[in-house]
Design a protein around this ligand. Structure first.
Ligand SMILES: [Zn+2]
Length: 307
């Protein structure tokens, strides 16, 4: 059943509405929430929202609990292909937990928290920007790792990045919900403004397994064991010069120290400018797809020592 859980008037005639799909069966009150579209130019979660519903229909008879799917938390941004909330120029993921008496966007953030809090598990799906591809990875604040790392093994992600705390992240949906004792996993995958169907399908499989783990589905859904990594194991590849980056690698590739990741060339002179070389053995989990780069631009990231 499609429900509107927040609605405010726009200046002339229209309404700004936030909607969700609620799928409920059986007597259990267990609840999983799948959230996406906080950033309007990140679309990977859209496919998950669609495909998860297709799969749940096949096993609806055995569902015991509640699945809430929030496909689009920033509808104006998504309609206009913008990360932020247009008009307000606000990153929606920097204003949680919102404010009941605040501005329109703060009020909407407040409504989102009120609607989701108390769930047994929340997955907040993000994509990368338009420049980089990310191997599906959960980002877990070290403050919450005891509770979240066991759950992170349910959802079929390739990699779990446990990161240190930072004050800027305290205004994200994930942080605020975890603070409210609502376990929330933040999933980053793929690339901005595009769909990566394989990643979406893996995530759907993981969500179905999470529902099994919560006792909401009888069927088992096999998932991969994620690699766990910490900040101090993450290495950054940055461009040594400006130019056109030509990648020779995809994410999820083991790399060796000294291995060429790609090269930067000059289309005007026709010369090769430099090679991008790994200084570490590890797993390439981020790679630049947008070829133009400046000196210092992020080319990729490697999880050192793990493959
Ligand atoms: Zn995002």
């Amino acid at each position: 059943m499609i429900e509107t859980f927040a609605s405010v008037s726009l200046p002339i005639d229209e309404k700004y509405k936030l909607t969700k799909q609620r799928i409920q069966n059986g007597t259990s009150k267990k609840r999983i929430c799948v959230v996406t579209g906080i950033h309007g130019d990140e679309l990977e979660g859209q496919y998950v929202a669609y495909q998860l519903q297709q799969k749940i229909r096949e096993v609806y008879d055995q569902l015991d609990g509640i699945v809430d799917i929030y496909p689009c938390m920033n509808p104006l941004g998504m309609d206009s292909i913008q990360r932020k909330v247009p008009m307000f120029d606000l990153d929606m993921n920097r204003i949680f937990p919102g404010d009941e008496d605040g501005s329109m966007v703060e009020y909407l953030a407040y409504c989102i928290i009120q609607d989701i809090k108390g769930a047994d598990l929340v997955i907040d799906i993000h994509a990368s920007n338009a420049y980089l591809v990310e191997l599906p990875q959960l980002r877990i604040n070290e403050l919450f790792k005891e509770k979240l790392v066991p759950m992170s093994k349910w959802v079929n992600a390739n990699f779990v990045w446990i990161h240190s705390t930072s004050t800027i992240l305290e205004s994200t949906l994930g942080y605020c919900l975890n603070k409210l004792n609502t376990p929330t996993l933040v999933l980053e995958m793929g690339i901005g403004s595009r769909l990566t169907l394989e990643y979406g399908e893996n995530s759907v499989q993981g969500l179905l397994n999470a529902m099994h783990q919560l006792g909401m589905l009888k069927n088992e859904y096999p998932v991969m064991e994620p690699i766990i990594g910490y900040d101090q194991e993450i290495r950054f590849l940055n461009a040594q010069c400006a130019g056109l980056f030509i990648s020779e690698m995809e994410v999820n590739t083991p790399v060796k120290k000294g291995q060429v990741i790609g090269m930067i060339v000059d289309p005007l002179s026709g010369n090769k400018l430099c090679e991008v070389i790994s200084d570490w053995d590890g797993l390439l989990f981020t790679i630049r797809k947008y070829p133009i780069c400046n000196e210092g631009s992020l080319i990729g990231r490697i999880l050192e020592g793990k493959q």
